[in-house]
Write a protein that binds this ligand. Structure first.
Ligand SMILES: NC(=O)c1ccc[n+]([C@@H]2O[C@H](COP(=O)([O-])OP(=O)(O)OC[C@H]3O[C@@H](n4cnc5c(N)ncnc54)[C@H](OP(=O)(O)O)[C@@H]3O)[C@@H](O)[C@H]2O)c1
Length: 176
């Protein structure tokens, strides 16, 4: 199963604008590209704080939705929101999440943040590709793409300027 980390960041590497949760700051071009891109994926993984910012959009879970896995240390708090095979809350580590998705037959998983999820999967060596939208913004403060010390080498696959914008999508392969 391929795992692709998909993220929009400011030029200086932040995924939020200062302390404001969510991605309302991202360009319309990126939001359009992101929605279209997600249709390629049959599974999504995100951590709990990111889930909170999109819960109104994804609840209640529908049978046509991709499988969504939410990383939390306290999954029991979310039993009412859970829908087996569609929206699951887990304290599993990335390796176990990966195994379960593979066993369920998933082929393409989007890793949707935030920094806790990025760090956990990168540290576990489970990210195959990184697709980053570089937005023409500088924030100086905010949530960083990663918080932990990393030294990951990447290979550029391709890049594009999103239509009618100054936003760039660069797609990288994660090198072993
Ligand atoms: N620009 C973008 O593309 C983009 C992408 C994604 C997110 N974001 C933004 O980034 C922000 C969220 O990022 P974030 O880094 O603050 O949070 P996060 O990574 O989304 O979630 C952090 C939470 O993950 C849970 N967690 C699961 N396993 C954990 C572990 N082993 N250790 C610690 N925590 C664990 C904890 O919640 P529990 O307390 O429930 O355990 C923790 O509070 C949001 O504002 C979101 O909108 C932006």
């Amino acid at each position: 199963m391929r795992i692709v980390l998909i993220v929009a960041q400011s030029l200086d590497g932040f995924i939020t604008c200062h302390e404001v949760p969510g991605v309302a700051w991202a360009s319309a071009a990126d939001q359009k590209w992101f929605r279209a891109t997600l249709s390629e994926f049959d599974a999504q993984v995100m951590a709990r704080a990111t889930f909170e910012t999109v819960r109104d959009q994804i609840l209640p879970a529908k049978p046509t939705d991709p499988t969504r896995i939410i990383m939390t240390r306290t999954p029991d708090r979310y039993t009412e929101d859970s829908a087996s095979g569609q929206l699951e809350f887990t304290a599993d580590l990335p390796g176990a999440i990966h195994h379960k998705l593979v066993d369920a037959g998933h082929k393409n998983c989007a890793l949707l943040g935030g920094s806790v999820a990025h760090d956990a999967f990168l540290t576990a060596g489970l990210v195959n590709e990184i697709w980053v939208t570089i937005e023409p913004r500088i924030f100086g403060q905010g949530t960083p793409v990663v918080r932990m010390k990393q030294d990951q080498r990447l290979e550029l696959m391709d890049h594009q300027r999103l239509p009618e914008s100054d936003s760039i999508v660069a797609r990288y392969r994660v090198l072993p």
